[in-house]
Design a binder for this molecule. Structure first.
Ligand code: HAM
Length: 419
């Protein structure tokens, strides 16, 4: 087999998908407990949505999008994130006509053309949450609490929650001016990317992970010192609600996030042991996004959590998820007529809610028992022509090897007792 999967994407095999499903079930239960409902948006959107939503000066839009033309020459992009798409769906489906807030969540693949490395993929999966139509700081706190609680619920240790306020356009304008005045004379010390960022969006320079840039910006003015009274009050309220729910956070005045739509609250959750790609979750408030996309003014707040990184952190910490499924049963049929009767019996038992496997290779009884063993069956029901003639199956307990006959009409009831 010479064809291999493209760079930066992964196969998830059944052992892994069992873990994914477990995590997804926990996510759904947690979202439901807070009244978030699932939204599913397309995997690709008009390129313009991300250019305007995420921001033309961001790395995501400048370097990382999988963009292609359809047969009519329209520019489309595989979604690099979910927030802009949810905002588009909200406006397009006129959800604003109904009682706010809209509390939505999604789980699905996202695509970014970043250099593949541990924890960084071309196709990855996000669990995202968005609360639209509310500027209440309690919504910010609920969102942060939800992200934090998921990590705790799954048994992750050593997580840290970084929190900042990036202000509104008014206070950011003042901060931009101060930051630019600080950075301009130091421009030669910055990397080439940051020199461009300094011209286009100086805030982004604070986000650079390169050592010389971090050293240069260490003494830069701090954004929280430039917050207007409204943003200051909002931030204080978010913090007080987080304290009320015992959600531990660290203030991080350099946290600016890599997407343009943020205002006020910004946060990230960092997991230990994941190397450079240690942010498992990021989010914040984005009150101007909807208008930027041509929709009605609608405040919003949300986050997205990278599922590969979350599962990577669970593996790193040897957290064993309780994955046991329902018991499995194998019907071992011997002979052509017995197979026909057994396949009918399997259908009846499956309809009654049991997990029933059959040998699909016409093997000997010995091999079928081996098969049952490998599949972790609790019982094998041996359906030889002789047994079926007498209206029974031989039930073999796969742990003890004990065997007893069960009359066919009693089988479903007997299985309920075995459960
Ligand atoms: P983001 O910080 O760009 O935010 O991504 C959120 C999370 O997605 C990251 O913390 C990381 O776990 C995961 N992630 C990002 N890129 C990759 C990659 N190449 N490979 C693996 N995992 C990755 C957003 O996407 C915003 N839409 C979050 C948001 C929602 N803000 C408000 N609402």
């Amino acid at each position: 087999m010479s064809i291999q999967r493209p760079q930066g994407v992964q196969d998830f095999l059944p052992r892994q998908t069992a873990e994914w499903q477990y995590v997804e079930n926990e996510i759904r239960a947690l979202c439901q407990s807070c009244g978030y409902e699932e939204i599913r948006t397309p995997v690709f959107e008009a390129t313009e949505l991300f250019r305007r939503g995420v921001g033309a000066t961001t790395d995501i839009v400048n370097k990382e999008m999988f963009t292609f033309e359809d047969k009519n020459g329209r520019s489309l992009t595989l979604r690099p994130e979910g927030t802009a798409a949810v905002a588009r769906a909200y406006a397009e489906n006129k959800l604003y006509g109904q009682t706010p807030p809209w509390k939505l969540y999604y789980i699905g693949p996202m695509f970014r053309y970043e250099k593949p490395q541990a924890g960084r993929f071309h196709q990855f999966h996000q669990f995202g949450v968005e609360a639209l139509g509310t500027g209440d700081p309690l919504a910010d706190a609920e969102i942060v609490w939800l992200a934090w609680t998921l990590g705790e619920k799954l048994g992750l240790r050593g997580l840290s929650l970084r929190l900042n306020s990036v202000g509104c356009p008014v206070c950011r304008r003042n901060y931009h001016a101060a930051l630019t005045a600080f950075l301009q004379p130091r421009a030669p010390e910055l990397c080439a990317d940051c020199r461009v960022r300094l011209e286009k969006n100086p805030l982004r320079v604070l986000d650079c992970k390169k050592e010389p840039c971090q050293a240069t910006t260490a003494a830069a003015p701090e954004l929280p010192d430039y917050l207007c009274p409204d943003c200051r009050e909002h931030f204080a309220a978010v913090r007080s609600y987080l304290a009320a729910t015992d959600t531990p956070y660290q203030l991080d005045s350099r946290l600016v996030r890599g997407l343009d739509y943020y205002c006020k609250t910004a946060f990230e959750i960092i997991a230990p042991g994941l190397g450079a790609q240690n942010a498992i979750c990021g989010g914040g408030r984005y009150d101007g996004l909807m208008e930027e996309l041509g929709g009605p003014p609608t405040p919003g707040v949300g986050f997205a959590l990278g599922l590969e990184r979350l599962l990577g952190a669970l593996a790193e910490q040897n957290v064993s998820l309780p994955l046991s499924g329902p018991p499995r049963y194998v019907l071992a049929a011997l002979g052509a007529e017995a197979r026909r009767r057994a396949v009918r019996l399997a259908a009846e038992l499956r309809a009654a809610g049991f997990t029933v496997l059959m040998d699909l290779q016409g093997q000997s009884l010995k091999s079928q028992l081996k098969f049952a063993d490998r599949k972790g069956a609790a019982f094998t029901f041996i359906c030889g022509e002789n047994e079926l003639e007498r209206g029974v199956v031989a039930a073999r307990d796969m742990r003890t090897g004990e065997q007893r006959e069960i009359p066919l009409p009693e089988l479903a009831r007997a299985l309920k007792d075995l459960r």
